[in-house]
Write a protein of this length. Structure first.
Length: 293
């Protein structure tokens, strides 16, 4: 009876509890979006690494068209026979001319204009040894052979994707810190509001730990309620954006998706933040009571 008499005033701040719930909902909503961005860009970076490491473009640069075509035939034969290569295809000359048209104008479509032949190569493995073997094989065909690694000229894109992911994870840490700060303020405000009740509880024999548990339980309930609202709203936004992104049909965004394990991480956010809030409330209340009483 003594404990129940003390519990009700501590938990009867309905207006403050509603504000706490919505504050937590907003913070977890933003955290969910940040976590999803970080996880999806991490997946996109991994997909880019796998795709680019095993892709090469071979250029046959030769002003004499007949010699260039002969080198292309020999090069295709050698590449197709290589155990390191899984796919070889020459880029269509007409398509290449169309791509050059914005820079060369109609001259880019002139059949007499020397134009390098380009061959796309997919490797079985993207390790340096395999790439080096294919490069040596290609350059052995002629002096005008140039081998470009996709990973090299798309390195800035990969770096940018990685920077976005790191920024997103940093935002998650910022939101976690902000959550702890909000809980500390809420716990201290609750202590000040219910100072008289706390004094009575102390006179009746309640310990600081028992009083801290009351605040801890209340803040935990508010945080979990708000967190579930926030993660549900964030999940709906993520799913909607994923559907829109799927319609783009771009290789650069193919890997920007969440795996089942990533969704499990997102779903665990409310419980992780609730545990963080309860721990912060416990520490804040115990320190304040120890310092004042």
């Amino acid at each position: 009876m003594t404990r129940r008499a003390g519990v009700q005033p501590l938990l009867d701040d309905r207006q403050g509890r509603r504000a706490m719930v919505w504050i937590m909902a907003i913070m977890i909503f933003l955290t969910t979006l940040s976590a999803a961005l970080g996880l999806s860009t991490r997946n996109a970076g991994g997909a880019l690494d796998r795709q680019l490491a095993a892709r090469l473009t071979v250029q046959v640069i030769e002003g004499d068209a007949a010699r260039r075509d002969a080198e292309v035939v020999r090069l295709l034969a050698r590449l197709q026979a290589s155990a390191d290569v899984t796919r070889v295809s020459e880029v269509d000359r007409a398509r290449l001319a169309e791509l050059l048209k914005p820079w060369l104008g109609e001259a880019g479509l002139d059949a007499d204009l020397p134009m390098p032949a380009m061959i796309d190569v997919d490797l079985r493995s993207g390790d340096d040894a395999a790439v080096a073997r294919v490069e040596a094989l290609a350059r052995g065909v002629g002096a005008g052979i140039r081998v470009d690694r996709h990973a090299t000229w798309l390195a800035p894109v990969r770096s940018f994707v990685g920077a976005i992911g790191l920024t997103a994870f940093a935002l998650v840490l910022v939101m976690a810190s902000a959550t702890a700060a909000v809980v500390l303020l809420a716990a201290r405000a609750g202590l000040d509001t219910h100072r008289g009740t706390i004094d009575i509880l102390h006179m009746l024999g309640s310990t600081d730990l028992q009083i801290a548990r009351l605040f801890q339980r209340r803040i935990g309930q508010d945080t979990l309620t708000g967190a579930l609202i926030g993660v549900l709203a964030g999940g709906l936004v993520i799913a909607a954006l994923g559907e829109r992104m799927a319609t783009l049909e771009s290789q650069l965004v193919d890997g920007v998706t969440l795996m089942p394990l990533d969704w499990a991480v997102v779903a665990a956010l409310p419980f992780a933040f609730t545990a963080l809030a309860m721990l912060a409330a416990r520490i804040a209340v115990l320190r304040r009571l120890a310092g004042v009483l």
